[in-house]
Design a protein around this ligand. Sequence first.
Ligand code: G3H
Length: 541
Amino acid sequence: MALLKKITAIFPKQSDIPPPHIKDIPLHQTGYLINGEIRHWDGPCQQVLSPVRVQSENGSEPLKIGTYPRLAPNDAAAALDAAAAAYDHGRGKWPTMPLIDRIRHIKQFVFGMLEHKQRIVQLLMLEIGKPLKDSVREFDRTINYINETIAALKDLDRTASRFSIHEGIIGQIRRGPLGVVLCMGPFNYPLNETFTTLIPALIMGNTVILKPPKHGALLYAPLLDVFRSVLPPGVVNIVYGDGRDIIPPLMETGRINVLALIGSSRTANALKKCHPMPNRLRCILGLEAKNPAIILADADLDLAVSESLLGCLSFNGQRCTALKILFVAAAVAEEFLERLNKGLSALPFGMPWQDGVELTPVAEKGKTEYLRDLVSDAVARGATVLNEAGGTVNGSFFYPAVLYPVTDSMRIYHEEQFGPVIPVKAFDDIREPIDYLIQSCYGQQVSIFGNDPQQIADLIDPLVNQVCRLNINSQCQRGPDTFPFTGRKDSAEGTLSVSDALRAFSIRTLVAAKETDTNKCIITDIVRNQRSHFLSTDFIL
Ligand code: G3H
């Protein structure tokens, strides 16, 4: 009862929001960046509603936090023209610039970005409801990612700063840019995940059109001028609007060389189909996942419970790496569920700025209805909501629901909920969770909880060929960012770690010559007199 009351009272009055969190809100963002110029938009705008609601006469209503431009296809086309001109078939200033100079520009960008930390974190928190400490963490992680990218690039370049001689041929092999990259990130990590494609794309010499996600667009406002001031015109172009209107026409031109999308496979497949010359398109995609945890009978249950709660409910389960179904050995299922419910009931929930809060309102329109449908479907097919108040909805807030027992007849068994619903299935035979992974459309990660080395080893070998990361006694996760992050089947295309991303956004290219006296003289002359940026033995320290 007390819990239900607390859920009912979760949303504050606008006057109760601590002033620093709504300072300069709403933000009516009218700028967009094309060809080194922040253009002013006076056409239709997108209203931005926070998942945070505020008390009103009729209950509660979403906090209005701003607006951003809804560009028309023509405006997005201008961004493409600018990016293509800056690339200029690989002859532009940016793609031919010495690496050390590109690194200098990106470092300047970091200084500029740091100046806006507070504002970016505030907007991130309000736009997607991410707890304040996690919003700060997302910002800091992004800065680290950029710095680590610079270090990895220097390493990569050092090995490329020498000649190889094989079979009488002298060669220098480097990585070159691919062209115009279209970057689109997800709402759950609107800054970090977008930047994990944007930064490697840029630093390798590509030019970029960036479309911020629908939720998580305002936070780019302070960055427009930083991009404008530190990069040559056209190298980064930022467009806003409804992706369905402005993105397909860009793809249809055939002038996009790389699609970097963290989103759904449905969107990725539709966009790929728009491109008239598929061989000229490289795709770097982070897509859906339905990562299971397998809790073996000898697992440390306290650890399995705490990691499962983190895995299922960090940022309300709105992570592609979230644990989205739990398979528990039947012998310990009852005990596990009891401890899971106890742990869940202790999780603080509320507004994202409140200290220690773990569960917050969800960002997407219609999300609580979707989650409620998943729960109703499971209940109609024999599952029970085990925890007190599980599945209770108040506006944009959905109190987590533990569903047990789930079966393959239920939607929650197959669909990626991307929200705070925890389906649990007991198993007698370990082949059950293995078969689940084999049959799944997705293949990102799995978590195994147990203590018997032989039993764990017996699972590692069949499962590493189903997924791309197997976690022992911990939740699934992307980090550390130096580790490869990818997936099989409909979960990903390409690999993103700090160093893999540099490879993903570039192509190996080389200069080669027969080892004759004339060629040796030519090459020596070019290198000694620093006549080429590519053919060079300069070593970046
Ligand atoms: O949404 C997917 C993210 O890449 C997950 O990253 O595991 O660090 O939360 P994370």
